[in-house]
Design a protein around this ligand. Structure first.
Ligand code: URP
Ligand code: ZN
Ligand code: ZN
Ligand code: ZN
Length: 485
């Protein structure tokens, strides 16, 4: 028997158009989007009048069940995804981090962790060293396992950091495979120097975290990664863009025609670093993430860039640690596990911050929370659109209702929330995941094992025509030159 659902009378919002229409869903797929559709028997009808009906959010940046800095993140694939669904996100792309740098084994470990998934998910793979085995594993992952992006860490020296030489090899391999290279852009050597400086000055609290790794180090690494990607002529995706310095590098590169994508995260858009000076260690420590949340002003610049399309999509970097885990860094900020929450809050905060403030339209909201991510990771329009044939991942947002964030009521498995007490206008009242109503009337209806792995195919639109640029370059070298005899 097929499950049928009719969403009636809502304002359907896609990235490119907005209309009042009904959405008819059968077996998890959108079958029709038309005004005034007939209601047949045995169809569940959801009255969406006065609500925005939009594609479910896709979070391009999460860390679930990840071992990191001597701890394991408190949200696993079930709790983190349940939280996501309660907040209107219906798919995420998680960073598989191989514990020993072995990509294939790491990938298998992550698929095992994700066996309890209750929502659709994909993977990026982190590359933390370079050798022939890494190169052949990358090839296997792209060809057989649905991975089309690889993250290189330019920071976390002694743990995850790669050298420029390793990054260059990685960029070359990504280009060959049609995979998107991603960078964590901070100068890891200089970060260690900055940390030593703080400790020598006796600054050991959470404020030392942001003081030790200022935005100039993010700007430097962003510039370096962008120029190396230009040298290799391959697209680049800069994750968690937190500063004006990084933003300026991305804007310059994009304006020169380079294919660079910039991903701000909710914490960097919504907060400033004053929170890290809270005298209560437990309060300040919950905001410790890398790159750090910046002084006031950076957040406003990131919002402006997002509203004008200079930044393309928004992630969360959801990476939760309980206060007992954060306490590992009491007396030495270098040992505070880095990471903040956001997977459950992203959609509500962005609506309030960007749409209610008049910075963007509901269509832009759909683009930055869903459509752009689907396009970049090459699964559009199966995801990221409300059109016939697409997966029925849909949210209903009531623009007049409000909600208040609290660790006491959130669904994420963490005992704090960096947005504690925030009241936001615009409430996601219903979440539909592949045709199933999973969030309604404040109640989750999810079960482990119902989430599907979404294969992300190589060669997104970002690779179109790159070969033409390469051959133009080659023929320019072959042209007669004054010094050849
Ligand atoms: O602080 C952060 N961002 N933790 C997660 C790891 C990363 O660098 O994305
Ligand atoms: Zn990172
Ligand atoms: Zn991250
Ligand atoms: Zn309602």
């Amino acid at each position: 028997s097929s499950t049928r659902l009719l969403i009636k009378g809502g304002t359907i919002v896609n990235a490119d158009r907005q209309e009042i229409a009904d959405v008819y869903i059968e077996d998890g797929i959108i079958k029709a989007v038309e005004p005034n559709m007939k209601v047949f028997d045995e169809i569940r009808v959801i009255d969406a009048a006065g609500h925005y009906v939009m594609p479910g959010g896709i979070d391009p940046h999460t860390h679930l069940a990840m071992p990191f800095m001597g701890q394991v993140t408190s949200d696993d694939f079930f709790s983190g995804q349940a939280a996501a669904l309660a907040g209107g996100t219906t798919m995420h792309i998680d960073f598989a981090l191989p514990s020993d740098g072995d990509l294939l084994a790491g990938y298998k470990q992550y698929q095992e962790k994700a066996s309890k998934a209750c929502m659709d998910y994909g993977f990026h793979m982190a590359v933390t060293k370079w050798n022939d085995r890494v190169a052949s594993d990358m090839e296997m992952l792209v060809k057989d396992e649905g991975i089309n992006s690889f993250k290189f860490f330019m920071a976390y020296k002694g743990a995850l950091m790669v050298t420029d030489e390793e990054l260059l090899q990685g960029l070359k391999k990504c280009k060959e495979l049609g995979a998107l290279a991603q960078v964590h852009a901070e100068n890891g050597d200089a970060v260690v120097e900055g940390q030593t400086r703080m400790i020598e000055m006796g600054i050991t609290g959470p404020e030392g975290h942001c003081l030790s790794r200022p935005s100039i180090l993010e700007g430097e690494a962003t510039s370096r990664a962008i120029r190396l990607a230009s040298f290799v002529n391959t697209p680049l995706y800069v994750v968690h863009v937190m500063s004006i310095e990084a933003l300026e590098e991305i804007i310059r590169a994009r304006q020169s025609g380079q294919r660079v994508i910039g991903e701000p995260v909710v914490s960097g858009l919504a907060l400033d670093d004053s929170v890290l000076w809270d005298p209560d260690f437990d309060v300040a420590a919950k905001y410790v993430m890398s790159p750090p949340i910046r002084p006031a002003g950076h957040n406003m610049a990131l919002r402006a860039a997002l509203s004008t399309g200079l930044l393309q999509l928004v992630g969360t970097d959801h990476c939760t640690f309980n206060s007992t885990q954060k306490a590992a860094g009491k007396g030495d900020f270098r040992k505070i596990p880095n990471g903040v929450n956001g997977i459950e809050e992203r959609m509500h905060i962005l609506w309030d911050l960007m749409v209610n403030s008049g910075k963007i339209t509901p269509m832009d909201y759909v683009r930055i929370t869903s459509t752009a991510c689907a396009q970049i990771f090459n699964i559009y329009p199966r995801k990221g659109a409300i059109i016939p044939g697409a997966d029925a991942d849909i949210i209903l947002l009531n623009p007049n209702a409000t909600s208040t964030i609290s660790s006491k009521t959130h669904h994420s498995n963490v005992d704090t929330n960096i947005y504690e007490g925030w009241t936001l206008k615009g409430k996601i009242e219903v979440t539909i995941s592949r045709g199933r109503v999973v969030w309604e009337n404040g109640v989750l209806n999810v079960f482990p094992g119902s989430g599907r792995y979404i294969h992300l195919p190589p060669y997104s639109y970002l690779f179109d025509g790159l070969d033409k640029i390469d051959s133009a370059y080659l023929s320019s070298l072959k042209a007669p030159r004054h010094y050849s005899k």
